[in-house]
Design a protein around this ligand. Structure first.
Ligand code: ADP
Ligand code: TYD
Length: 203
């Protein structure tokens, strides 16, 4: 089973991915918890290139190539071997993030994102949990982390709003694999919903 978490910055994806991994391990599943961009040595190196520096460091087109290159490495070296060994893979962001951030934020490049995805990745998750979140709250939570990886957070509230709407539209487009969870609540309530949705899917 290949599970992904999606949503705007600061929506609680990493927190929920970790809680879900802990829950599934307690239930006896072998779980690989991973993230994008990153999740393999090469992809983590690309992560530093795309998440640090000025917002205009890369064009949207170059970013599509970099994120897809990172994803290909992650898929070959981490995700596919784990799935082949019968493990549950939980990934914090995947191709839907490229459809949103590179596909929407600087003009309509969704067609290009999809073409490259079909050519180089060609795999969708079995289940995607969209943690839906108020953009202002998400941004202040993300800003609260104070790290070096702020390239996208520097795009500001407008982008967060656009991404939230985009993710909700994507959940309708791929309604067979997407489930939307309300992230504007305490961690435990959100985690309970996440667990419920995943247990139904694992049956
Ligand atoms: P994301 O991976 O989506 O950016 P994180 O899981 O890293 O989000 O959460 C961002 C920040 O918000 C962290 O400091 C985290 O502890 C906090 N946080 C996560 N979920 C909640 C929640 N339900 N309520 C309040 N704070 C939360
Ligand atoms: P992440 O570490 O998940 O940030 P956060 O915890 O704040 O949600 O991801 C870092 C940034 O990378 C995030 O702002 C979204 C962006 N991103 C893309 O633009 N395209 C992609 O394909 C992926 C996977 C992430």
């Amino acid at each position: 089973m290949f599970l992904t978490f999606e949503g705007i910055d600061g929506s609680g994806k990493s927190t929920q991915a970790r809680l879900l991994a802990e829950h599934l391990r307690r239930e006896g599943h072998e779980v690989i918890l991973t993230r994008e961009p990153g999740g393999s040595d090469g992809a983590e190196e690309i992560r530093n290139l795309v998440l640090q520096g000025d917002p205009d460091r890369w064009s949207a087109e170059t970013e599509i190539l970099l994120f897809t290159a990172a994803r290909r490495d992650h898929l070959e070296r981490t995700i596919e071997p784990a799935l082949a060994a019968g493990k549950v893979v939980i990934c914090d962001r995947f191709a839907d993030s490229t459809r949103m951030y590179q596909g929407l934020s600087r003009g309509d490049l969704r067609g290009l994102v999809d073409q490259l995805h079909n050519l180089m990745i060609g795999r969708e998750p079995d289940l995607t949990l969209l943690i839906d979140m108020d953009p202002g709250t998400g941004l202040s939570r993300a800003k609260g982390r104070q790290g070096a990886e702020e390239r996208f957070e520097d795009f500001g509230l407008d982008l967060q709003q656009q991404m939230r709407a985009g993710f909700l539209a994507l959940a309708q487009e791929f309604s067979d694999r997407f489930r939307v969870v309300d992230g504007n609540r305490n961690m435990d309530s959100v985690a309970q919903d996440v667990t419920k949705v995943v247990m139904m899917a694992l049956r």
